[in-house]
Design a protein around this ligand. Sequence first.
Ligand SMILES: Nc1ncnc2c1ncn2[C@@H]1O[C@H](COP(=O)(O)OP(=O)(O)OP(=O)(O)O)[C@@H](O)[C@H]1O
Ligand SMILES: [Zn+2]
Length: 619
Amino acid sequence: MRDYSVRQIIGDGQFTRLRDMKVLLVGAGGIGCELLKNLVQMGFGEVHVVDLDTIEISNLNRQFLFRQRDVKRAKAATAVAAVGYFSSGRLVAHQGNITDATVFPLAWFRGFAAVFNALDNVAARRHVNRMAQFASIPLLESGTAGFDGQVQPIVPGKTECFDCTAKETPRTYPVCTIRSTPSQPVHCVIWAKNFLFQQLFGEPAEPPATEDLGTDDPAEIARIRQESGELAQLQEWARTGDTARVRAVIEKLFVVDIQKLAAIESLWHTRPQPEALEGFELGVPSNAADASALWGIQEHLNRFAASLRRLMERMPREGSIEFDKDDADALEFVATAANIRAHIFHIKMLSVFDIKQIAGNIIPAIVTTNAIIAGLSALVSLRVLNLLRVMPNDPLNLPMAFTSMASKISSNRYLAAPRLSPPNPNCSVCAHYQRCALTVGAVRCKTLTLGELIEAVQEKYGFSNEVSVVDTSTNRLLADFDFDDLNGNTLEKLELRTGSILTVSDDVPSEEDNTVRKPIEFYLELSDSATGFELIELPHIRVIDKETASNSDSVEADGKTAEVDLDLVDASGAIVIQDEEDSQPDAAKRKHSRDSESDDSTSKRARLDADSAEILILD
Ligand SMILES: Nc1ncnc2c1ncn2[C@@H]1O[C@H](COP(=O)(O)OP(=O)(O)OP(=O)(O)O)[C@@H](O)[C@H]1O
Ligand SMILES: [Zn+2]
């Protein structure tokens, strides 16, 4: 009997519960295909799979539910069809973007016993995390990067959430390191790809502001500015496909510019001085082009000249060329330019293959890591769903699993399972606010004004007369203690709809009990079925005093409005909040101190969780 093993592990009674459970899997890629197979084999009663994408040929090497004939078909439906023949439960596929609140509203999330994330980007992960918090359902978050992988169980209110720790943003380098003082191969690759290739063949870009150059040295700033001006000439040659100028371009980039740079003595007290390629010769590229071998400088020069010529020839036809690692001319140009620059600056040269990985921001997906992580995610879910009776009263003792070979968490073990942390009191997603859904009839939305809503909230939860209301989903300030211009507008006019998140906060102590209320986030749901003529039905939640809710004294009551810069008004009349780090949650901006053990695992996790498309592997 197929269920035999699971029944043995969790017992017949618990297996009956599992058979009744409906779970959601988001993402049917590398981890998702493995996980779907696991969930079906475990016997969950109903599994829904969401994926927005269709199958690419490059997915076939690791997304084993897909075959050649499936290329271009929807991932979710194909994956479901592939496991259908051994499934004893109900399977439902959805092709769509999980962040689309009209297709996947909060009410829909509420129907699941647990959500499994098998995504590849931070934005979607963050969205599902927030929905799981609103719906109060456990989330099994997972991710892999090469040999590293991680599973984080998130139990709302009990363990830290995906946003409790800052996620790494793409790595950036000061302009001066890239343009003047490279010291690592990656600096040369970025110069070749993001600066040189972009300047010669890309859409014209704004020059960086002086304060962004990362240096105060006036001679160096003047040189960078002059170099940019001289590039205009090179751009003109590239744009018009003037291939007679190939030699002149090389002369400018690798001789004249380097001589000028070498002459700025202040730069070379602590670094080796670059050496210009004076008297270089150009020859014919050799036929043997092994991309994983290290070529000599002459071969690089020959190939740089040849790829430059080919790209120049394309320019009059194509207008501009965007860097694409799979465009052979573009890759050869960037790889050879990076290595010639590395040679000049006495930096190690790399193979074209290695440069392709760096320039394409590629970390190879390892099918075994995906399988291990999917297996752990499925196993941990038994604990999260209380199907295993092991220390059920200690949610922090759920294993958060890491593979550790590459992340060096432990040199002796491949897997590490550190204890979970409780929610970070400063996390804007799981701790800083209280949250609940607010259902308004679709018809009522056309008449209900913002002012009426504010009054109802004040009355129900004991807020003062000076509340502020922010539409967090679009970052608009709708009302404030000295901004009530929109109070007469209806929710419909304010373009509030299903999926809008309204944050209501207050800094003034309530008259009722002289305490300052913790801000509330309302997830707005418009319902066709909600009728009734009463104002609105506000959910019953216990409104906690801000001081008791948070034991941190460094946090302001309202992280969002505290950073408002009131200078932009949108079409609806709302004030657009100019938040310096829009994409970062409040938690990400604040330092979160922890003990050293969890610090270590946290920083590892931040690295693993970063959007894989944005990670740059350096060594
Ligand atoms: N917002 C989203 N809504 C639904 N599915 C998503 C969303 N964002 C990403 N996904 C899906 O999550 C899956 C992640 O899988 P994986 O990391 O293996 O990436 P991939 O796109 O399949 O592979 P690769 O990036 O290497 O081509 C993909 O199938 C992707 O379509
Ligand atoms: Zn959190």
